[in-house]
Design a binder for this molecule. Structure first.
Ligand code: CUA
Length: 297
């Protein structure tokens, strides 16, 4: 804003001076009259050299300060750090300080600066939450930094903004901004890990997850001895997420069923293999969904 006001002032002075010259020295039917001609004026030249130098020096102070503050890598009391990784076609969110990993729904506390480290696992993606910040590319082998802050609680939609393959348009996410208290609670719940299912159907579903359906090979569940896969999203809180398939479908039992049966029908070229009735029966699918529902912290 400081730069803007300097620019406005300079623009105003120049415009007024130009208009004055145009009207004051226009030809007034007396073509032969030539105004007094001058050549060189040390005083004027010193003035129009020194004033811009002063203005640039003043503008440089906040500019340089801001440039450094946006690049500072350390977290503090009012800064949280999140590592966001783009995958074809979903977003992974790691909270390194708290050892928490989630996908497609990023929780942040209101009123705190979120320092995002952007990475990619495969091709170039772009991280974009229009209501919170501009877009920044996620580039393989590189780390980009972006800052965002939500002043109010709410759910903010995000979308990959760099063409990254057939399901680029279906690579969405949500930023869930909650009060710092609720955020701490969310982190603590996630850190507590996942409770063993007690419901008979969910127990059977866990066996399908860790057996026939092979979910464990690509997905991890916090605290699980078996499910440690990293190819797909961490599913520790899948039952609590509002959407599945990277923000494409509401998280309902019916959508989970459609997604697990045939992901490619929902997201072209999705990396998750289809699970037909030859692999898991309808009954096993119901149990599997009951188990996923139980992962709801
Ligand atoms: Cu990722 Cu487009």
């Amino acid at each position: 804003m400081l730069t803007l006001w300097f620019a406005v002032a300079i623009g105003a002075v120049v415009t007024v001076a130009l208009l004055y010259v145009v009207f004051r020295f226009r030809a007034k039917g007396d073509e032969k009259h030539v105004p007094e001609q001058i050549q060189g004026n040390h005083t004027l030249e010193v003035i129009w050299t020194v004033i811009p130098i002063l203005i640039l020096a003043i503008v440089a102070v906040p500019t340089v300060k801001t440039a450094f503050s946006t690049q500072a890598p350390e977290a503090g009391d009012n800064v949280i750090v999140v590592k966001a990784v783009g995958h074809q076609w979903w977003f992974e969110f790691q909270y390194p300080g708290d050892k928490v990993t989630t996908a497609n729904e990023m929780y942040i506390p209101t009123g705190k600066q979120v320092r995002l480290y952007l990475h990619s696992n495969d091709v170039i993606h772009s991280f974009w939450v229009p209501r919170l910040a501009g877009k920044v590319d996620m580039i393989p082998g590189r780390e980009n930094v972006m800052l965002l802050e939500a002043s109010e609680e709410g759910v903010f939609f995000g979308q990959c903004a760099e063409f990254c393959g057939s399901s680029h348009a279906r690579m969405r996410f949500r930023v869930v901004a909650v009060s710092p208290e609720k955020y701490d609670e969310w982190i603590k719940t996630r850190q507590a890990g996942v409770a063993e299912p007690t419901d008979a159907k969910a127990v059977a579903g866990k066996a399908v997850f860790e057996g026939k359906a092979n979910c464990w090979a690509c997905h991890s569940i916090d605290g699980s001895q078996k499910a440690k896969g990293t190819a797909g999203p961490n599913l520790s809180n899948i039952g609590a997420r509002t959407t599945i398939a990277a923000g494409v479908l509401e998280n309902t039992d019916e959508h989970l069923r459609q997604w697990i049966r045939n992901p490619q029908a929902i997201k072209p070229d999705a990396k998750m293999p289809p699970h037909g009735t030859g692999q898991i029966s309808d009954e096993e699918m119901d149990a599997l969904i009951a188990y996923l529902r139980s992962l709801n912290k």
